[in-house]
Design a protein. Structure first.
Length: 158
């Protein structure tokens, strides 16, 4: 994959991160601005050359934008003295981890959900794996997610 295509995909998929394109252009390591004070590299690497479905990546970005917007609105209404958490994706081979980064005094990270390669949304069972059984299909159930969403993740329970 050419460097230009890789950079365009990077700009489309993760607009809040600074990308360091390696010489072989096969993968990009992401520096997350949420950790910019220490400039630590986020542990996951994005393998653009291995992506099978860019539609899933567009749906993932749409989902991230939706939950970020709705969380910010929720916190502005209910917790005006707190900062809303930020969300970003750490990509894996089989599942993409949606990470919620709380920027309060503790600056903690937790898994909000997982997204499969097929565009299915899963509740998190822990840091490394999703719970069994998909909760939503990002392609067909985005309107349902919009109606049921809350920043605490209760819409992911059955």
């Amino acid at each position: 994959m050419s460097q230009r295509v890789t950079q365009r995909l990077a700009a489309l998929l993760l607009p809040t991160c600074v990308h360091h394109i390696e010489a072989n252009h096969a993968r990009s390591a992401v520096t997350c601005p949420l950790q910019s004070s220490t400039r630590q590299m986020v542990k996951s690497c994005i393998y653009y050359s291995m992506m099978k479905n860019t539609n899933t990546d567009l749906l993932t970005q749409e989902y991230l934008d939706l939950i970020q917007k709705m969380t910010s609105e929720y916190f502005a209404k209910h917790y005006s003295n707190l900062q809303a958490p930020k969300y970003y994706v750490e990509r894996g081979r089989k599942y993409h981890r949606v990470v919620q980064h709380d920027r309060g005094g503790s600056s903690s990270r937790s898994v909000h959900a997982f997204i499969g390669e097929d565009g299915m949304l899963y509740k998190a069972a822990g840091w490394k794996a999703p719970a069994k059984g998909a909760r939503y299909n990002l392609e067909t159930d985005m309107a349902v997610i919009r109606q049921r969403f809350d920043p605490h993740g209760s819409y992911l329970y059955r």
